[in-house]
Design a protein around this ligand. Structure first.
Ligand SMILES: Nc1ncnc2c1ncn2[C@@H]1O[C@H](COP(=O)(O)OP(=O)(O)OP(=O)(O)O)[C@@H](O)[C@H]1O
Ligand SMILES: [Mg+2]
Length: 374
C-alpha cells in the first residue's frame, strides 16, 4: 500500500499542510526544526494510533489549537480509501473512513501500515523492557489488527486487578480482614485469557522475526552477528506452545505470585512484566553493544519488521527519519540498496547529500512550515 495524499490541520507545527505523495522514494529535506519529522510522525500515527516520539496526544496538537486532524488517501492495489483521525487530547479521538463517521479510531488500524525507523529507536536496544514490549505489540497489531482489542482488554483487566490488589494491600495494612479471594480468582482468569493470546502472538512473532533480523544485521554489518532473542516470561513459558498451555502457565504463575501481589498491591506476573532479551553474539546487546552496534541492531529490527509485513502481504510504507546521517558511507549505500525497491519509502534528511544517490525519487523542501516540491 501507499499514501497518495497527506493532509494535516493543526498537527504539531503545521496549521495546514497538503502533501501529494507518489509511490517510490520521497525525501523531505530541510534544516533542523522545520517540520520534517512532524510529517512522517503523522503517517506513523495513522498506522499505530500513537506517536513514536511521545506517549500522549497533547504535544501533537498545534500550540494554541484544541484539536488536530490527520487525513490521508491510501491506495492498496485498485482500492482507494480516505481516512481521517481527529485528535482531541483529554477527550475521545474520532475517526472516519471514506467519510463515514460510524467508526472507532481502532477500526482504522490495518489500512495504513508503516515501519518507521528513527533516532528514538536506539531505545529499543538501550532502553527499558517497556520499549521492547511496545515494539513487539505494535508489530503484532500491524500483523493482526484485531490484536488492538486484545491489548486493550488486557490493559483494562490489569488496571482493575491492580485496583483490587491495592485495596487488598491497604486493608491488610490497616488490620482489615483481607478480601474475598474468589473475586481475585475471576480476575486471574480474565488476565490469563487475554494475556495468553498476547503471549502466543509475541512468541510466534519472535520466532518469525529472529532469522530476518539476523539477516538484516548481517547485511548492515557483515560478520558482526549473530542476532538472537530470548523471551523472559513466567516460569514454563519456554515449553508452552498453544494458547491453552500459555493460559495454564499464566494461571500457575499468578497462583505462585499471589501472596506477594497482595502484599505489594500490584500485578507482578503477565506480558506487561516480560522482557525480550536482545543478544548480539553471546552477549546481551543492552549494556554491552557499542553505539554503532546498537544503532545497527535497532535498524535491523525495523528492517526485519518491514520484511515480515511485506512477506505477509500488503506492503507497508517504510519511513526512515534522519537515518542516513548516522551511518558511515558503506552502511548508507547498503541500506539504500535494501530499501530502494520498496513500494513507498519516506525519508527525512537535513541536507541533500545525506540522501544516498540510489534513492532517486521525489524531493520536498521543508522550511518555515511549508512543504514544497524541490
Ligand atoms: N504542538 C506543537 N505546536 C507547535 N509547534 C510544534 C509542536 N510540536 C512541535 N513543534 C515544533 O516543530 C518543530 C520540530 O519539527 P520536527 O521535529 O518535524 O523538525 P525536523 O525538521 O524533523 O528537525 P530535525 O532535522 O532537527 O530532526 C519544532 O520547532 C517544534 O517547536
Ligand atoms: Mg527530525
Amino acid at each position: 500500500m501507499h499514501v497518495s495524499h497527506l493532509s494535516l490541520a493543526d498537527f504539531r507545527s503545521y496549521a495546514r499542510a497538503e502533501v501529494a505523495l507518489d509511490p517510490g522514494v520521497t525525501a523531505f529535506v530541510g534544516p533542523n526544526g522545520q517540520g520534517k519529522t512532524n510529517l512522517v510522525e503523522a503517517v506513523g500515527y495513522l498506522a499505530t494510533l500513537g506517536s513514536h516520539r511521545v506517549s500522549s496526544d497533547a504535544p501533537l496538537v498545534r500550540m494554541g489549537a484544541d484539536r488536530a486532524v490527520i487525513r490521508a488517501a491510501v491506495v492498496q492495489g485498485e482500492r482507494q480509501q480516505l481516512i481521517e483521525l481527529e485528535l482531541n487530547p483529554g477527550r475521545a479521538n474520532r475517526a472516519r473512513i471514506n467519510r463515514s463517521s460510524q467508526v472507532r479510531p481502532r477500526d482504522v488500524l490495518g489500512i495504513v501500515r508503516t515501519v518507521l525507523f528513527a533516532p528514538e529507536d536506539l531505545a529499543l536496544v538501550k532502553g527499558d523492557p517497556g520499549e521492547r514490549r511496545r515494539f513487539l505489540d505494535e508489530l503484532i497489531t500491524a500483523r493482526a489488527p484485531r490484536m488492538a482489542g486484545v491489548r486493550s482488554d488486557y490493559e483494562r483487566v490489569l488496571k482493575q486487578r491492580n485496583t483490587l490488589l491495592k485495596s487488598a494491600a491497604m486493608a491488610r495494612r490497616h488490620g482489615g480482614r483481607g478480601m474475598d479471594l474468589s473475586t481475585l480468582d475471576i480476575w486471574d482468569q480474565h488476565l490469563a485469557r487475554s494475556g495468553a493470546e498476547l503471549l502466543a502472538q509475541r512468541l510466534d512473532l519472535i520466532a518469525t522475526l529472529r532469522p530476518l533480523a539476523d539477516k538484516a544485521y548481517e547485511q548492515l554489518a557483515p560478520g558482526g552477528g549473530p542476532v538472537s532473542f530470548d523471551y523472559r516470561g513466567p516460569a514454563g513459558v519456554e515449553g508452552a506452545r498453544t494458547r491453552e498451555e500459555l493460559y495454564e502457565v499464566l494461571l500457575a504463575a499468578l497462583g505462585e505470585a499471589r501472596k506477594q501481589e497482595i502484599e505489594r498491591g500490584v500485578t507482578l506476573v503477565g506480558p506487561h512484566r516480560d522482557e525480550l532479551l536482545l543478544k548480539l553474539g553471546q552477549l546481551p546487546a543492552k549494556g554491552y553493544a557499542s553505539h554503532g552496534e546498537s544503532w545497527s541492531y535497532a535498524l535491523a529490527l525495523r528492517l526485519a519488521s518491514y520484511e515480515l509485513l511485506r512477506s505477509e502481504g500488503n506492503e507497508p510504507v517504510l519511513v526512515l527519519d534522519d537515518v542516513f546521517a548516522e551511518l558511515d558511507a558503506r552502511r548508507r549505500e547498503r541500506l539504500a540498496e535494501m530499501v530502494a525497491p520498496g513500494e513507498q519509502v519516506l525519508v527525512t534528511a537535513a541536507v541533500d547529500d545525506d540522501v544516498p544517490s540510489v534513492l532517486t525519487g521525489t524531493r520536498y523542501a521543508v522550511a518555515e512550515g511549508r512543504v514544497e516540491r524541490a
